[in-house]
Design a binder for this molecule. Structure first.
Ligand code: C5P
Length: 224
């Protein structure tokens, strides 16, 4: 069987903590990639740290949400990091997605659908008049049209997204059984997310809070 692929969210500004995460995810039965989000990317030493990472799967979770020219320029500005993945909000619009794809080269461009922290009530508050599922489906079609390489959605929408998007489906909103949802809304366990067809999972706090090694063992047992 193929080894499950996990992007561990390195949501910290502490380099020691990131080094510990990298150290403790070695020699595991899982394939680990390292996801750096706005917190680490904007920290003083974050960019330099990433530039020195060797032979790792690196995911720059920039969550670009801007006009076409700025979106493409932002991607060009981090070319030197040779990232494996970069994220852009699909809500940036088709033209921005196409402009970003044009310059992303070997870096896989991931389209982010509706954030996993949002539910239907929150969408209404923003001004959307479609529910989560309808919006995610629409965005997945747009990602397909823009020839993006992957999609981020909640595990609850994998089956739906698969109907219109045929490449990688990466799902955050993952909690080990018994873990708190916290600020997330649309969540699922790792086992169920893979069962539903996720290509890879993004997991942060369920692995990085407390004892990382123990949490990874818990994840491996859960996936059996
Ligand atoms: O700690 P937790 O597992 O909830 O972290 C999830 C990670 O995935 C965070 O780094 C968050 O920024 C990211 N993410 C998300 N929902 C999305 C896209 C990215 O939670 N739709």
């Amino acid at each position: 069987m193929k080894k499950p692929k996990i992007f561990i969210a390195c949501d910290t500004t502490n380099l020691k903590k990131v080094n510990r995460i990298i150290e403790e995810t070695k020699n595991s039965k899982l394939i680990f990639g390292y996801k750096f989000g706005l917190e680490f990317l904007n920290s003083k030493k974050g960019r330099n740290f990433i530039s020195k990472l060797k032979k790792k799967i690196v995911f720059g979770d920039y969550k670009i949400a801007d006009i076409p020219n700025t979106s493409a320029s932002a991607i060009k500005a981090v070319k030197d990091l040779k990232l494996n993945y970069i994220t852009i909000h699909i809500s940036s619009g088709l033209k921005a997605l196409e402009a970003a794809k044009k310059v992303s080269g070997k870096t896989k461009l991931i389209g982010v659908t509706i954030l996993t922290s949002l539910d239907n009530k929150a969408l209404k508050e923003i001004g959307y008049n479609k529910d989560v599922k309808k919006l995610v489906l629409k965005q997945a079609k747009l990602a397909s049209k823009a020839k993006l390489d992957a999609i981020v959605c909640s595990p609850l929408e994998i089956k739906l997204v698969k109907k219109v998007f045929k490449k990688e489906i990466i799902t955050p909103g993952i909690r080990l059984p018994g873990d708190k949802k916290g600020d997330q809304s649309r969540v699922m366990t790792p086992k169920l997310a893979f069962k539903n067809g996720a290509s890879a999972l993004v997991i942060g706090r369920s692995l990085t809070k407390g004892n990382i090694k123990n949490n990874i063992q818990k994840l491996i047992r859960e996936l059996k």
